[in-house]
Design a protein around this ligand. Structure first.
Ligand code: BG6
Length: 488
């Protein structure tokens, strides 16, 4: 197979994302021979850097994240920098000249990726300026990669989408949700559809509930400005959490093409039960962290993290019960939970199967339901919880675990989410990017929650750092006779 060739133009090249994720990902693709040696990267940002300063920064970022890092000088010689003002026509004209020049030098066949890794308020105007100043006029393909947040609610997302669509077609737009690049998130479909034993049971007759937890131990860090305007529902639920719900709940696609997979996911998101105000109160819990202790270290509460957060009403935690109104899932709650400054950094999914009809083996009347646990991070693996005979006398049963752990297999060579997504983009594969209909349906769902919350005074802070969130998040499941399965 031919290795893809292109020039990658990064808007926001001096930013954190470029440094932490994009440069190392491009490096690993290059190092592993996934992309052609004929590639170039143009970094754009306001700062008046030279190519040399840019290259030095690229090298440093790789040294910090990839080991061993060899051939760095040769690699970074493919990087070029241009100081850029997104509102200035001359910036776009200059970029076009540089692109034409590099396309000659590197023979990249006119293929151009425009990667927007910067403040979202400019996404729409940049997309339009790229068309207006002729940057889409090339013999190869042009693709636009957009980082989140994609809008602030359905209305603003629609406006943004309409703006972008004036310049790019849907199949040229790559909306990033980096969870879709994670190995074990991609594995959800394979586990479901490549195993004869699960799919028969994957419905409301055999599954009692599904729990998705994505907990973080870090707080808001340096992102107070962005985060306080966003909050956990917009930052994590609208995208990552609902994407995992869609993958767990979708029907088997008729084949593995992008359109088929996406259309099954869209159907799930369309079937999400929208909530009235009372139902939001009943089914969703929000929280904000107070001070506490994480791994023996005292940490501040959210409101103490920065001056402008002193009176913040922004949620740093969300738990909710999501219902999907379709034939397969009617009556099965999908419980989701995500938050900052929780006890651990871990993402996992627990599929809880219904109890056996009659209790033969448990003296204490305690049944242990079968669980399928999909660990997304930091461990990557699958564990099936079954019951087997307790060894020794008697016939009591005890839970046992069948586990597959990805860690020992691929170790540090498991490609990073961004690496995979960037490669997909270079190959023109949009499967693991979010289609506009997915974005729109997710926003519609989240909007009803946020609108209700806007009318209520929150009781913040309501959980300690280092805990697993507010007590209400536990009560949410207790009401239904369930509990959160602990992270193992
Ligand atoms: C990002 C959010 O999309 O995902 C962050 O903006 C969050 O707030 C991050 O920390 C979590 O990603 P991961 O891959 O570390 O689970």
């Amino acid at each position: 197979q031919q290795r893809p060739k292109s020039v990658i133009v990064i808007f926001g090249a001096t930013g954190d994302l470029a440094k932490r994720k994009l440069f190392p990902s491009i490096y690993r693709l290059y190092q592993n021979g996934k992309i052609s040696e004929d590639f170039a990267v143009i970094g754009l940002a306001r700062r008046p850097w030279t190519n040399d300063t840019f290259r030095e920064n690229v090298e440093i970022s790789i040294e910090e994240t990839v080991s061993p890092a060899t051939d760095l000088e040769e690699f970074s010689s493919h990087f070029y920098y241009q100081s850029f003002d997104v509102t200035e026509p001359s910036s776009y004209n200059g970029l076009n000249e540089l692109l034409n020049e590099l396309e000659g030098t590197y023979q990249t066949e006119g293929n151009r990726i425009f990667y927007l890794a910067m403040a979202p308020e400019y996404f729409g105007s940049i997309a339009n300026n790229l068309r207006k100043y002729g940057l889409k006029e090339t013999e190869g393909w042009t693709r636009l990669v957009i980082e989140k947040p994609f809008g602030h609610d359905l209305k603003s997302a629609k406006e943004l989408n309409n703006q972008i669509r004036e310049a790019f077609n849907e199949d040229q737009i790559y909306r990033i949700d980096h969870y879709l690049g994670k190995e074990m998130v991609q594995n959800i479909e394979v586990i479901r559809f490549a195993n004869g034993i699960f799919e028969h049971l994957w419905n409301n007759r055999f599954i009692s509930n599904i729990q998705i937890t994505s907990s973080e131990s870090l707080g808001v860090e340096e992102r107070a400005r962005y985060y306080d305007h966003s909050g956990a529902a917009r930052d994590m639920v609208q995208n990552h959490m609902l994407q995992m719900v869609a993958l767990l709940a979708m029907e088997p696609p008729i084949n593995l093409t992008t359109d088929e997979i996406r259309s099954e996911k869209i159907k799930v998101l369309r079937a999400l039960r929208n909530l009235t105000e009372d139902e939001v109160d009943e089914n969703f819990v929000r929280g904000q962290y107070g001070p506490g202790v994480i791994r023996r270290r005292n940490v501040n509460g959210y409101r103490e993290e920065a001056e402008e957060l002193a009176y913040s009403q922004t949620e740093t935690f969300v738990a909710g019960k999501v219902m999907i109104d379709n034939y397969r899932w009617a009556g099965v709650p999908f419980y989701i939970r995500t938050g900052k400054r929780l006890a651990e950094k871990a993402t996992h999914i627990v599929v809880e199967f219904k109890d056996i009809p009659m209790n033969l083996y448990y003296e204490d009347q305690k049944k242990n339901p079968n669980l399928l646990v999909i660990s997304i991070q930091p461990n990557e693996g699958i564990t099936l919880f079954l019951n087997a005979k307790k060894s020794g006398h008697g016939s009591a049963a005890q839970p046992i675990q069948l586990s597959y752990n990805n860690e020992g297999v691929n170790g540090i060579n498991t490609p990073e989410a961004y690496e995979k997504l960037l490669f997909d983009c270079m190959q023109g594969d949009t499967t693991n990017f979010t289609h506009w209909d997915e974005v729109a349906n997710s926003w519609e769902y989240i909007d009803s929650i946020l609108e209700t919350w806007a009318n209520r005074e929150p009781d913040f802070p309501n959980y300690n750092s280092g805990s697993m969130g507010p007590d209400e998040a536990d009560k949410l499941l207790e009401k239904d006779g369930f509990h959160w399965w602990p992270i193992t």
